[in-house]
Design a protein around this ligand. Sequence first.
Ligand code: PLP
Length: 313
Amino acid sequence: MTSAPPASSLSRLIERERQQFIELRPRSRALAARSRAHWLSGVPMHWMADWGTPFPLSFAAAEGTTLRDVDGIEYVDFCLGDTGALFGHSPPTIAGAIAGQAARGLACMLPDERVAAVGEALAARFGLPFWQVTQTATEANRAVLRFARAMTGRSKVLVFHGCYHGTVDETMVRLRGGRTIAREGAIGAPFDNASAARVVEFNDFDALQSALSFGDVAAVITEPVMTNVGMVLPASGFLAALRRRWASGPCDSRRVCEKSLIHVDSTGMSRGSARVSSSASGRRRATAARRKLPCGPITSTRCISGCSIAACW
Ligand SMILES: Cc1ncc(COP(=O)(O)O)c(C=O)c1O
């Protein structure tokens, strides 16, 4: 076994990389400084300041899998807009379709003439009959949880420790010492987040069973593979057990569900598969997990420039 390098040499290495990053990117640095005057945390969306770089890069253009910053440096983009650019950046077909639509009107507050055909195509492809569209995954998740509460008459959601499902208050929780607590940094919640949730560890069959036994969980919300806490693949049989044994019962004719529902948040799935793709066995398990998605009553995923949610009842 090789021993870890001493902390001092690691710090020197990090400092050298930091300096080089700063020197090679004067334009990004200047734009970041200027942006700090009027953008909270210097960025239009606060998480854009979360990367481990001395300042955020400003991008000039992106095409396919290549991203070019304002200093002319090119990067291979493994994030692809966190799945919003799943087919690469600005592929001509999609760029053309967006430009065409922009010329026909963008905000008409009415369904487009092609909406019926799109609904048919979604139902045929994913096997879920009823669809809604939201702008972000957060909104999709929020809507799904409301549906679930209405359908089950139950008040809580069950999430897995380390999850991220957007800024949905009741999912901003963690497990500490076996207790559900509000996640640190989730400021300004309208209620105690922990009061609306139960948290268990992903892949912990016993904890899941015991949390659901209280009978107050409207929905279990999960990613098929946990992608926001490193990469955690489902243990063999975990998703199947979740679907078959504890949650996702059929609703009766009044659309009332007796059991907790499952909500699969697939927002990060392409990012997830990119991260596990370094090992062949990881790739196989991620693909298998995707195929076995517990597509119970409700599922959501991010599609190009938006998110879709579906409820089947
Ligand atoms: C699994 C998952 N759900 C939801 C979200 C929130 O997405 P949005 O920013 O579109 O609300 C994210 C964002 O990273 C995510 O990874």
